[in-house]
Design a protein around this ligand. Sequence first.
Ligand code: PBG
Ligand code: ZN
Length: 339
Amino acid sequence: MSGPRTRGIRSSPVGGEAIRLRRLRRTAPLRDWVAETDVEPRRLVSPLFLRPGRGDPRPVDSMPGVDQYTVENLTALGPELETAGIGGVLLFGVARQKSPDGREAWSPTGLVPQAVRALKRSAPRLVVATDVCLCAYTTHGHCGVVRDGQVDNDGTVDRLARVAAAHAAAGADVVAPSAMMDHQVAAIRSALDRTGCQATAIWAYSSKHASAFYGPFREVERSTPSFGDRRSYQMDPRNAREALREMAQDEAEGADLLMVKPALTSLDLLARARERFLLPLAAFQVSGEYAMLKAAAAGGVVDEAAAVRETLVAIRRAGADVIVTYFARDLARLAAEGR
Ligand code: PBG
Ligand code: ZN
């Protein structure tokens, strides 16, 4: 640089030379003051695996630190999550008795309706959302009913509407259809409206990729398909424009919130959806993402709390309002300790 110099001091530096981005990074208070993104506990949703019967919470083998809960366990767990300031829970039921059409999924006395009632009693300030699908209830493990070797869209949609209506009747605030059937949101909206549940919100799993990261979840739910895979209904991870079409379609069908998953492989979709849609956006950090971080931490490769926070910050930065994460409890605990 050959700018004019006066007594060895550069006179009025111009343009880029005046700017020093490190000034606001100098101390922790300065950094916190201007930080753009927070991961507040109120935005977090804790997925909860339910199991029939009684007894203590049962650790899940494929996911260290995650338990399966009985309905009774929720009496203590609900207030704990509520006190921690977590926004809500997303309930995953499982069939006592699996069947070809997964009929237990829409039983008004099934595990999920019971759990909803228990949580509404024990923790009235928690948002209670329920996963609406058939895969934990069908003998073949597919997300819908099978006809001639194929997952039948419209037959499945009728049943999903019954499932959602059963959850809503039990008092769920939000139902979250995850089966990736066409028109599932429209069918659920009309079933809810017909049964006096106009106030129940629909949280559409709009962009759900056929992913390698659902493995630990399927082990818990014993929902791995017994034949084929889910690629005729879940989205091809190569497609982003199609993901935006899924979201536009769900919005048109009456969805109240949109979701993408897995989170870390959908950051581009979050960013694009944030520009395009006005609805609240959610991302689901799925079981395989959790297990991967846990394994890396257990192997001494990363610091768990720091790595987890970094992933959640990235998900927020990309545009998510709400994050479903199996780390929700740990994070709320850290936040309560002021860390
Ligand atoms: C059920 C459902 C799945 C997940 C959420 N809802 C599994 C699947 O589609 O196979 C994945 C959640 C996770 O891996 O944490 N349709
Ligand atoms: Zn499913």
